[in-house]
Design a protein around this ligand. Structure first.
Ligand code: AMP
Length: 142
C-alpha cells in the first residue's frame, strides 16, 4: 500500500502552526485537536515540526516559565518527509530509523498530508484483517 492510499482514507489535512506561536498555545492546539505534533509553516513554507516530545524536553530543561517562548525555539528544522508514492512499509522503516512518529507528506514541494505511526499501525492491521478474511474464505469455500 502507498502513502497516497493512506491519505485517501484519512484526508490530506495537516495541522500547522506559525513559528512565532507560543508554546502554551501550541499545547492548547495539541490537546484540543488531539494530535501529537504540528508542522511549522513560515512564509517560505514548511520550516519545521514540533511534537509533544519537544514540549516535554523544554519543560524538563527550562521549566514552565519557557511556555511563553515561540515554537521556533523548540521545533526540529531538519524535517524527514515522504512522498505520496512511497510505500507504507518504507515509511515505517523511515520512522524506525529516524525515531519519529510523524512524517509530513510533500508533493511537488507542497505539503500534501501527514502520516503518524498510528496511521501506519491502523493500515497494517486492516491489511492483516483483509488477508485473514481472504484465507478464511479460501479454507471454508475450498
Ligand atoms: P515524535 O516521535 O514525532 O513525537 O517526535 C520526536 C522528535 O522528533 C521531536 O523532537 C520532533 O520534533 C522530531 N520529529 C518528529 N517528526 C519529525 C520528522 N518528520 N522529521 C524530523 N523530526 C521529527
Amino acid at each position: 500500500m502507498r502513502i497516497a492510499d493512506v491519505l485517501r482514507n484519512k484526508g490530506a489535512g495537516v495541522l500547522t502552526v506559525a513559528p512565532d506561536t507560543l508554546v502554551s498555545d501550541l499545547l492548547s492546539g495539541l490537546v484540543t485537536r488531539n494530535v501529537g505534533a504540528m508542522v511549522v509553516v513560515g512564509s517560505e513554507g514548511l520550516i519545521g515540526i514540533v511534537s509533544e516530545r519537544d514540549v516535554v524536553r523544554m519543560l524538563h530543561e527550562h521549566g514552565a516559565g519557557a511556555l511563553g517562548r515561540p515554537v521556533v525555539d523548540i521545533m526540529t528544522s531538519e524535517v524527514v518527509t515522504c512522498s505520496p508514492n512511497d510505500t507504507v512499509d518504507s515509511l515505517s522503516g523511515l520512522m524506525t530509523t529516524h525515531r519519529v512518529r510523524h512524517v509530513p507528506v510533500v508533493e511537488n514541494g507542497q505539503l500534501a498530508g501527514i502520516v503518524s505511526i498510528g496511521d501506519v499501525v491502523k493500515t497494517r492491521m486492516e491489511a492483516l484483517q483483509a488477508e485473514r478474511e481472504q484465507l478464511e474464505a479460501y479454507i471454508t469455500q475450498g
